[in-house]
Design a protein around this ligand. Structure first.
Ligand SMILES: Cc1ncc(COP(=O)(O)O)c(C=O)c1O
Length: 382
């Protein structure tokens, strides 16, 4: 039986004035949202006609599904591009467009667990909060490793933890750009530790949610990709590239994926992905975003973001505030301000630090206003 309250909600029709009001409200908030890694500088309006159809990319993108209303060819193109950017040789690559960075991490950890049933996952204390949840969900034993001041993994702690548990195949969850400080774990050091301890069976997953796209387009990046010995990788699509709907890319060595795939007759494809029904718009948007920018456009976008981050650090320092950033990161870290400033600018905070993420939609003048407010902003009344 439907309650009166639900009946009223169902039967009130579409309230256009409410939609208008919230559109304006969200537009206003978007202008002062500095703390989260979502590039707002995009325009996908050319793709609007595709919203007229119930598109769905169910199943493995490298097979033809019996559900014909799909954009699997765009998805394959996106995966081919990212595989190449991440130095995963053609023919040895597999991947799919996910719902976001979290799903890509879940996929990597799922693959690792399927390959090493008795594996032990090592992840640093600066790892994104969703990873602990994924490990609980998958019942995977894990050890949290200490982090250094800049957010990078503490390699001595990693070495010691693996040494004590050397009878269990290590599954290393490496951060290629931590959420709070943009710190990049050193894959060479990680592999050296595995070699030193003579551990032959291991798996390395790289979480490059935010920084993956950038590292592919900057000169002399640190080791971050398949050439540096990773087994799988996750990148978010809505972060540096930008999109109105969360999305991401999961990549893995195809030899690993073959060992876990199962055929499903209902949709006529292998069930290699985590979700069944999957967005067909996300691959279209990522494809469109990549093509619209092109190589030079992407390089410029990334360079400009990093220059803006450097400008922000220096502007803070000129005012006597100890702001800093890790190399190759658009994330600027500073002492946590009062709650009112945090709220006004949608800042991300953790213990005694706060940060902003310098992305293409942010103007220098906005940074100047933010710093002024940071210095003078009224604290929240007690
Ligand atoms: C390092 C890192 N990993 C994973 C995630 C989760 O990604 P998503 O929000 O795309 O699921 C984030 C999000 O901020 C992140 O910063």
């Amino acid at each position: 039986m439907i309650s009166e309250q639900t009946r009223t909600m169902l039967n009130s029709g579409v309230d256009s004035s409410r939609l208008d009001h919230d559109y304006q409200r969200l537009k206003g908030l978007a202008r002062s949202s500095l703390g989260y890694p979502c590039n707002q500088a995009f325009d996908y309006r050319e793709l609007l006609p595709f919203l007229e159809m119930p598109l769905n990319n169910v199943g493995d993108p490298f097979q033809e599904s019996s559900y014909a209303l799909n954009t699997l060819d765009y998805e394959r193109e996106v995966i081919d591009i990212f595989a190449d950017l991440a130095q995963l040789p053609h023919g040895q690559h597999w991947g799919y467009v996910t719902n976001g960075g979290t799903e890509g991490n879940m996929y990597g950890l799922y693959l690792a667990r399927e390959l090493f049933r008795h594996g032990m996952v090592y992840f640093s204390e600066q790892t994104h909060y969703s990873v602990a949840k994924i490990l609980r969900l998958q019942h995977t034993p894990s050890i949290m490793i200490k982090a250094q001041e800049n957010g990078e993994m503490d390699y001595d702690d990693l070495r010691e933890s693996i040494r004590i548990n050397r009878h269990l195949p290590p599954i290393i969850f490496a951060n290629i750009g931590t959420t709070m400080t943009g710190a990049i774990d050193d894959l060479t050091k990680i592999h050296n530790i595995l070699d030193e301890l003579a551990i032959r069976e291991h798996y390395v997953h790289a979480d490059a949610a935010m920084h993956g796209l950038a590292l592919a387009f900057i000169d002399n990046p640190p080791a971050w990709d398949f050439a540096a010995g990773i087994d799988s990788l996750s990148i978010s699509g809505h972060k540096w590239l930008g999109s109105p709907i969360p999305c991401g890319i999961a990549l893995a060595r195809s030899s690993h994926v073959k060992r876990i795939s199962r055929a499903v007759e209902y949709v006529g494809v292998n069930d290699t992905t985590i979700s069944g029904s999957r967005s067909a718009y996300a691959p279209l948007m990522i494809w469109y975003g990549l093509r619209k920018h092109g190589e030079d456009g992407l390089k410029k976008m990334i360079k400009d973001s990093i220059l803006l981050a450097q400008y922000t650090v220096e502007a803070f320092q000129k005012k006597g505030i100890q702001a800093w950033r890790n190399q190759n990161s658009p994330i600027v870290v500073f002492p946590k301000p009062n709650n009112e400033v945090i709220r006004r600018w949608s800042l991300a905070v953790d213990r005694n630090i706060g940060h902003i993420v310098c992305l293409p939609h942010i103007e220098k003048s906005t940074i100047d206003t933010f710093i002024e407010d940071y210095l003078t902003g009224s604290p929240e009344p007690h």
